[in-house]
Write a protein that binds this ligand. Structure first.
Ligand SMILES: [Fe+2]
Length: 385
């Protein structure tokens, strides 16, 4: 999905002899998506990427569904999830369907004794709190507050955090996460009306080739199970790569909001899309400037989607009692809108400082046990107060 990028050393022609200084061949690996029919990269390893030396018994990591079906407005205290030192244990799926899992995580420790690969899903990791480095076989990406990290499925990675205070909102997508088609030229350039452009996309910046033998554990998630697969060499042994499939970062602070004389609909905030869901960024912006404009959103019936808002920062003019990290779920089937008084209060307001990530899914979401543990009671009837 991103554009052509290259790091390190690669041969002039693909699929030709490319030798190390000792005369042995580098191992070429095609990393392709949607079979051989979409974006791909070619990586050159010091060692074959196939050298498994041991496997562990898998363990179950399926989301634990508490409510498969429901029709109520819900709200969750996202910062209420348990802190866990370990990154994988810290990941708590809260709202899930067959297209995506929405996950909260508050990891306290960097990944040091294992690597991770999601074999099922692209991952969109939104950094609400914390900073550090995403290490991958493609190189390293520094991240901080407000970054979306997009990690294509199959990418082997480690997250290194600067501190123990980290808050992540993660979308696992069972289809590729892409730039919205409406922003792209027929050949894939981001168009002038897109709220961000190629300059805002940060690809891997440094490639450190680790030629190390040993026992390297890659925890690999597949079909709701975590497999421990041990390799005989360091997985980041790439000397060079090129292509259009690689992890990248995009900061929500680089999203340029589109505003109008009257209220603009949510699609102007769209940032990414997957199959049957979209991701939108609500960023600080000037309000509508028609002299009679109502800046607060209208009530609306989301006929075809469940709407999830993850509140990041700023003040939220359409709702009361909003906290950082709060999630609201407005399911398709019943209309929702501003809380009582919010419409009147919004009239005359010039700007909003709100920062939020929205995920709209086109099929209903189920709630997990972890979601119910952090639910705010009473939200369903909060418009009647
Ligand atoms: Fe909505």
């Amino acid at each position: 999905m991103p554009h052509y990028h290259s790091l390190g050393t690669i041969p002039h022609k693909r699929h030709t002899q490319f030798r190390q200084s000792n005369g042995s061949l580098y191992s070429e690996q095609l990393f392709s998506t949607e079979g051989f029919s979409n974006d791909y990269s070619l990586l050159y390893h010091v060692h074959p990427p196939t050298e498994i030396i041991a496997t562990d018994e898998p363990y179950d990591v399926m989301p634990r569904i508490a409510e498969e079906k429901m029709l109520k407005h819900r709200s969750f205290e996202g910062f209420g999830v348990r802190l866990e030192a370990d990154y994988l244990q810290s990941r708590k799926p809260v709202l899930v369907n067959n297209d995506c899992h929405l996950v909260l995580a508050a990891p306290g420790r960097s990944m040091e004794d294992y690597f991770y690969k999601n074999a099922d899903a692209d991952e969109l990791i939104f950094i609400h709190e914390g900073s550090g480095v995403l290490r991958t076989m493609y190189g390293e990406l520094s991240f901080g507050y407000g970054d979306y990290l997009v990690v294509p499925r199959g990418t082997i990675y480690q997250l290194r955090f600067d501190t123990a205070e980290n808050r992540l909102f993660i979308v696992e997508s069972f289809s590729p996460i892409r730039y919205p088609k409406k922003y792209l030229s027929p050949y894939g350039q981001l168009l002038e009306h897109s709220p961000y452009c190629e300059r805002d996309i940060r690809g891997p910046q440094s490639l450190v080739t680790r030629d190390e033998k040993g026992d390297f554990l890659i925890r690999t998630k597949k079909k709701g199970r975590m497999y421990g697969i041990h390799y005989g060499h360091h997985p980041f042994d790439v000397i060079g790569w090129d292509g259009c499939c690689y992890p990248f970062a995009f900061s929500i602070h680089d999203f340029e909001p589109i505003t109008g004389r009257v209220h603009q609909p949510p699609p102007v905030h769209q940032t990414f899309e997957g199959h049957n869901f979209v991701v939108c960024s609500f960023c600080p912006r000037l309000f509508d400037y028609h002299p009679l404009a109502i800046p607060a959103p209208y009530n609306h019936s989301n006929i075809d989607s469940d709407e999830v808002l993850y509140y990041v920062d700023g003040d939220f003019m359409s709702r009361k009692n909003v906290t950082r990290g709060m999630i609201t779920l407005h399911p398709g089937g019943i209309p929702h809108g501003p809380h009582p008084g919010a419409v009147q209060r919004s009239i005359g307001a010039k700007e909003t400082k709100e920062l939020a990530v929205m995920v709209d899914t086109f099929h209903p979401l189920s709630l997990t046990i972890e979601a119910l543990e952090i639910e705010n009671p009473g939200y369903t009837m909060s418009w009647a107060e």
